[in-house]
Every structure is written in structure tokens, then in C-alpha cells.
Design a protein. Structure first.
Length: 159
């Protein structure tokens, strides 16, 4: 991966919600989408921008994404621009869901340039009994919002 590219690390497990959002952002950012376990730590130095995304599981970002970041050596000063994205049944709480990941990104020396959250089909716990929340999401409007977010952070306006 060259330095003109964006890397989007995503863990999308149950319904593919977050993978669809990552793909929409990657279109705009000329980005490469990969699972964290497939990305060597050295790939970060080659990226101009890195996105970290997952669905929300039990009020947290996916453990595989957090584990990858915990294994990354700490940096002394912020350098690589990064953003967070997620899908969840309750996206208005994205700031809360993102907080542990945000803190870890800053500790690891990333410069956070934005956060994005949108509705995703959610069948957690008893929700599957009623068919889940947000069955049709992310929809075209959500994906358009993800693309608009990607354009903003790529141009530096969302810093």
C-alpha cells in the first residue's frame, strides 16, 4: 500500500453493516479495506489516513480491533491521521461507544480527525425476537452520509 492510500481496518461480523460503510468510505478515499488481523503494524507508516471501524458489541467496538491496537507500539507524538466509524442499533450513543477506542488511538500516537456512526441492523439479545432494530440499515442515505464524511476528513475540514 502506498502513502497516497487510505487504510480502513474493519471488523464486521453479524450482518455486514460496517463492511458496507467501510466500502462506501473506501470509494471516496481510494482506500483499502482489511480486517485488523490481516494488517501488519508496518502498514500504518505507509498510510496517509487510517480508519478504524466495527459494529458495536455489548456497548464496545469489536475486541479484535481493540486487540490489534493494543499490540501496536506506543508513539511519542501524534502523527498519522485516523478516524473512527461504527454501526449500531443506537447510533446516537456513538461517542460513548467510541470513547475507549478514541483513548487508545491517542495513546498510540494517532491524530484523530473525525468520528462517524450510523444505524445498523441490530439483533443483539432479545431484539432478535422482534426482528431486530434498523432492519434496512445502513441504507442508501446512511451510505451517502458515510461518503460525505469521508470527503470532509479527506479534505481536512473535519479535523
Amino acid at each position: 500500500m502506498g502513502s497516497s492510500r487510505c487504510l480502513l481496518m474493519v471488523t464486521s461480523v453479524h450482518h455486514g453493516n460496517t463492511a458496507r460503510v467501510a466500502a462506501a468510505m473506501a470509494e471516496v478515499l481510494d482506500g483499502e479495506v482489511a480486517a485488523p488481523e490481516a494488517v501488519p503494524f508496518t502498514a500504518i507508516s505507509d498510510a496517509r489516513l487510517v480508519g478504524f471501524g466495527s459494529g458495536v458489541f455489548y456497548g464496545r467496538m469489536h475486541p479484535a480491533l481493540l486487540a490489534w491496537l493494543r499490540g501496536l507500539p506506543d508513539a511519542r507524538t501524534p502523527s498519522t491521521p485516523a478516524f473512527i466509524f461504527s454501526t449500531s442499533g443506537l447510533p446516537f450513543l456513538a461517542g460513548l461507544w467510541h470513547w475507549p477506542l478514541r483513548r487508545l488511538l491517542i495513546q498510540k500516537g494517532f491524530r484523530l480527525v473525525g468520528q462517524f456512526g450510523c444505524r445498523g441492523f441490530d439483533t443483539w439479545g432479545p431484539l432478535w425476537l422482534v426482528g431486530g432494530l434498523n432492519r434496512q440499515h445502513p441504507d442508501d442515505h446512511d451510505l451517502d452520509r458515510a461518503r460525505a464524511f469521508a470527503r470532509r476528513i479527506d479534505s481536512g475540514r473535519d479535523a
